[in-house]
Structures are given as C-alpha cells and as structure tokens.
Design a protein around this ligand. Structure first.
Ligand code: F6R
Length: 594
C-alpha cells in the first residue's frame, strides 16, 4: 500500500500535505515524510514512525510539495527508507506507491553511472532515473522514466525550479483533487476532502501535470485526454473505507489487487529466499486461527505440487508435541507478525534445530527477528479484525513456493508449472466475478441469520476452507458454527441436524466429488437446509436448497474462490444481525498474549 499526497497552490503546503497524509494512515504507517520546493533546493523531512512523529520545525513557505506515509515492502522501516527520495543534485524529489519489479537491474546500471543511493528501496531508482532523463522538462523525463520501469506505481514528482507536479499511475491508485487556484493529488480521496470534493480518477497508463491553474492528463498512448470530474458525496470516514460500510468488506474487495501484488515479480522465479540452502524433505506449518487454516490448505498444496510431506500445528499446541527425529523445515504464518503463540513456536522450532521461515504481512514485525527467512505477503494493511485478504495472500505464497519446489524436485515439469502459474494470473479476475455476484450470495444469508448452529462441510483441500468459513461466521456474526470433514458428520454431528440447522457444503469436482454428493444427499434427507458452494453441477442443483457456483478453475485453486464466497456469507450474516463487524467483541487484531 503506502499513501501519497501532492499539492500545488497558495495554502500552507506543509499543513495541506500532513493533514492529507493523516487521512491515509490506514494505508501504512511505517514511516512518513514530506518534500517542499524552495529556491535553495528541495527541503525534506522524513522519519521512521508515524506522521505525528515528524518534527514541527518551520518549513520554508513554498507553493508545491509532496508527502508519503509508508507501508514497507522493499527495505525495513527506517529513516533512510522513508520517502520522499532525492536525486543526487537535490533538485528533484519523488514519492512512490507500488512495487518496481526490475529495480535491481536499473539500480546496478545507475550505480555504474555514478548515482548514489541512500536507501534499500525499489522506489529510489525512480528519482535517479528521472535525474538521468531530465533535460529541462520534468514531464518528458517522467515519460522516459516510466518506459523503463516494470511493475506497479503511483508516482508524484516535484522539482526545485517549478510549482508544477508531475504524476504517473499504473496499477496503484491515484486521484487528482480539483480546486480553485490549487490542485491536489493523492492515493485516495480522504486526503482531499478537507479541501475539495471534485476529483478526477487517473487510469492505468495516465501521466499528468498539475499546476496551480490547471491539470493536463495524457493517456498511455500519450494523447492528451479529459478525465471526468466527479463530485464525491462521502464524508471523510466513509471515504477512508472507499465508500464501503466496513473495512472488512473493503478488504474482501481488495483481494483481486492483493493477489496481483503478491504474485507480481514472483512468477518468473521465487527470489525471496535462497531455497537451495535448505532441506525440504519434510515441512511443518505453524500458525493460529485463520493463518493456521492457510497452513492446513497449504499442506494439500505442498503434497500435490511438490510431493513434500507436511504436518500442520496450531502454534499454542506446538510446544507440547515431541520433537520428531528429523528437523522439518518450519513455516510460520502470521499476518500481524506479532502473535505471541506463533513467536513462541518460532523460538521452539529453532530450539529443535529446524530452519524457519515466517510468512507475514507486516514488514519488520516481531516474528521477522525470530526466523531464518521472511517472505512478505503483499496484502496492504488489514484493519478489520477478521482476516480476509491476508489469508488469501498467505495461500498465494504457498502456491508460489510449492510450484518452485516442485520444479526443483522434478515433480513438476516446466509445462505443468506454467499451467499452474497461468491459473494464478487468472485468479484476480475470477475473484472479481464472485464479488460481482454479491447480491446472490447475500440472499443466502437470510436463513443463516436466523440459525442457532450452522455446519460447514468439505473434503480434501476444501475441508480446511470449511473450518475457515465456520470461524468467520462465529467471530463476526456470533452464530455458532462448526467446520467438519463431510465424511465425519455421520459419526456424531448428524444428531444435531434438524430443519433449523443449515449446512454449507463445499463441493468441488475433484476425486472426492461423488462422495460429497452422497454426503449432501444424506444431509438433505435429515431435512437440514443445504447450501452448496462449488463447481456447477445438475445433481447439486437438485439436491440443494441453494447453490452458488464458482468460476471454473483447477480443483487445487478452488479454496481461494470458495473462501471469498464464505467471507461474503459471514459478512452479510453479521450485517443482517447488526454486529460490530470490524471490531467483534472480545477479539483483537494482534494477539500478544499466550
Ligand atoms: C480470524 C483471525 C485470527 C487470526 C489469528 C492469528 O479472522 O484474524 O484467527 O488469524 O489471531 O493472527 P496472525 O495471523 O496475525 O498471527
């Protein structure tokens, strides 16, 4: 994520930018900084920590500036890695949100030419490329610069000698605020609403130049274009949620982007860690709650794609297991990186001699200091207490790792691996199709909101998804729910089935499908309402009271799609019941007690 703000006009630049950044803190708060143009050069203030930690020292009053609040991706949170960045002559400065895939190659080239870098970030290459391309016109320099960079970016640049800002966008959001004798640019509208409600959304490939008087926009073909000015009706709080009523819903809707960001740069080769250093004969996954469910799904993925035997442990129980004779490679999942049970498990795994890897969403979080290796999901900050997009991106990392290890072990050949990678690329679009069906999914929840108990059943790789669906419903709707392997229902829980006990059955057309159909029939025979989520099938339609069919995919990828449906089911049930969705009672986003 990261939030960026730019301003050109006659107000106090520093105040406008800092206030705007405060409104974007939900996008990250690892560090903050501003750059303001002055006749002597660019005045810069930046620091690890929050916007309020920036010093209040007087800034020379000038009419253009940029600011940034960071969600660290490349390079830990630190003063050096904070934006904005300066070129070597202190005349140009930029802020960036996104990920530059080819920054290593560009950096090597620029260092060779004598550029001095002050940070470990991917973003800093942009300002040095700008400097390299600058021949008196910043806009032309930016056009040349973005032709060189691959990846996602929202960039805003300012220079010493002009009140103009130039900006570019590709796959990271950027919106222009239109004022009278002033213009703004930001990652999101909340940063603008104190000053204007008239905005222009930039599109991928757009480049723009902003001055006090006017805004000019060019599209990806470099044709001058008009982008419609829209009047925003939201207040600031609505706008922080991009108009969604809850952060949870917003985060559910951010999943296509989160998947995209997480696979970006990792599909050609998984370079986050040097895999050849470690022994992957056997792997264990350790985590809590939703992250543990990602681990359970991961076990099936690793076993199928890389033929690596896996065990999964809940963090708080790991210490009570006996160390095995071998020392399995240990992967700990924690979106926050602060869950004390998981941190304690990481220490214990090390004590037992295991090599450890943490998969987390928070740069430099506590768990990163306990393990040998770290892989970051790229979900952006998750504010709703219920984990949604971080689960999805944890599972994405598991696919990427398993494909890489499967290739190395010769379990997958190149063609097969490519087939899986192609499907990964298609997943964001498929998730969008499910999100477009939200009204259909919402309709299912009328019955669930009246239920006292709900069962979720699945088989094989969708059994852990049933566990996750039940957890989401419990924690945000406060409806008692249990996830079961479908075949286990007849060994006890059948006693609870009545016409008032809905069962959500996950039916995917893999080698378990026929058995699942049998289970659905058995449940329907007990008069329980059956709601099926899965692959399209006539028999399912006949047997169920309600069926939602996911977009076609390979069975191994079905958990991600099915789970998005279950997230929406939990959300809309909780909504009907009027629960406090983003802050469920008795729960916290980071659980720092054992
Ligand atoms: C459920 C949920 C929790 C977390 C668990 C672990 O929606 O969010 O079950 O998954 O507390 O948290 P992390 O992943 O931060 O270690």
């Amino acid at each position: 994520m990261c939030g960026i703000v730019g301003y050109t006009g006659t107000k106090d630049v520093r105040e406008v930018i800092l206030k705007g950044l405060k409104r974007l803190e939900y996008r990250g708060y690892d560090s903050a900084g501003i750059a303001v143009r002055t006749d002597e050069g660019i005045y810069i203030q930046k620091k690890k920590g929050r916007i309020d930690d920036l010093s209040r020292e007087e800034v020379p009053k000038r009419s253009a500036g940029i600011g940034h609040t960071r969600w660290a991706t490349h390079g830990k949170p630190s003063d050096e890695n904070a934006h904005p960045f300066l070129d070597c002559s202190n005349e140009l400065s930029i802020v960036h949100n996104g990920i530059i895939d080819n920054f290593n190659a560009i950096k090597d080239e620029l260092v060779e030419k004598g550029h001095e870098f002050s940070s470990e970030t991917d973003s800093e290459v942009i300002v040095h490329l700008l400097e390299e391309n600058y021949e008196g016109d910043l806009l032309t320099a930016l056009k040349k610069t973005i032709r060189r960079i691959q990846g996602s970016y929202a960039v805003v640049a300012v220079q010493k000698d002009s009140d103009e800002l130039v900006v570019a966008r590709n796959q990271s959001p950027l919106v222009i605020g239109v004022g009278s004798q002033e213009h703004f640019v930001a990652s999101d509208v909340p940063a603008l609403l104190d000053h204007t409600k008239d905005v222009k959304y930039l599109q991928d490939g757009d480049i723009a130049r902003l001055s006090k008087e006017k805004v000019e926009i060019w599209d990806e073909k470099e044709d001058l274009v008009e982008r419609e000015t829209k009047n925003i009706k939201w207040d600031v709080e609505d706008a922080e949620k991009s108009g969604y009523e809850h952060f949870m819903l917003k985060e559910i809707y951010e999943q296509p982007q989160a998947i995209h960001e997480s696979i970006l740069g990792r599909l050609t080769s998984f370079e986050d860690i040097d895999l050849s250093k470690y022994d992957f004969q056997e792997v264990q996954f350790i985590a809590c709650g939703t992250s543990a469910h990602a681990g359970y799904v991961g076990r099936y993925i690793f076993e199928k794609l890389a033929e690596i035997p896996c065990t999964v442990e809940v963090s708080s129980e790991y210490r009570y297991t006996s160390p095995s004779d071998s020392t399995p490679f240990t992967i700990l999942f924690s979106q926050s990186g602060e869950t004390l049970d998981t941190i304690a498990a990481a220490r214990e795994a090390k004590r037992r001699g295991c090599n450890t890897l943490a998969v987390t969403n928070v740069m430099d979080s506590s768990i990163t200091r306990e393990v040998d290796e770290v892989v970051y999901t790229q979900a952006g900050p998750e504010i709703g207490v219920a984990a949604t997009k971080t689960f999805t991106t944890q599972v994405i990392i598991i696919y990427l790792l398993a494909i890489e290890l499967g290739l190395r072990k010769g379990v997958l050949n190149k063609n097969k691996a490519e087939r899986y990678k192609d499907e990964l690329r298609r997943l964001p679009r498929k998730v969008e199709r499910i999100l477009d069906d939200k009204d259909k999914i919402e309709a299912m929840t009328e019955r669930l909101a009246k239920a006292r108990d709900v069962f979720f059943v699945g088989r094989n790789i969708n059994y852990p998804v049933a566990l996750e669906g039940a957890l989401k419903l419990k924690e945000i709707a406060y409806v008692h729910a249990a996830g079961y392997p479908a075949g286990e229902m007849k060994h006890g829980p059948f006693a609870l089935l009545t016409k008032d006990t809905p069962v959500i059955a996950l039916a995917i057309k893999d080698h378990t499908f026929e058995k699942m159909l049998g289970n659905i029939g058995e449940i329907a025979a007990r008069d329980s309402p059956v709601m099926v989520i899965g692959d399209e099938d006539k028999e399912v339609k006949k047997l169920s009271d309600y069926a939602y069919f996911i977009p076609e995919t390979l069975p191994i990828f079905s958990p991600l799609l099915v789970n998005v449906v279950l997230q929406l089911i939990a959300y809309f049930t909780a909504y009907r019941l009027g629960q406090d969705i983003d802050k469920p009672r008795n729960l916290a986003k980071s659980v720092t007690v054992e």
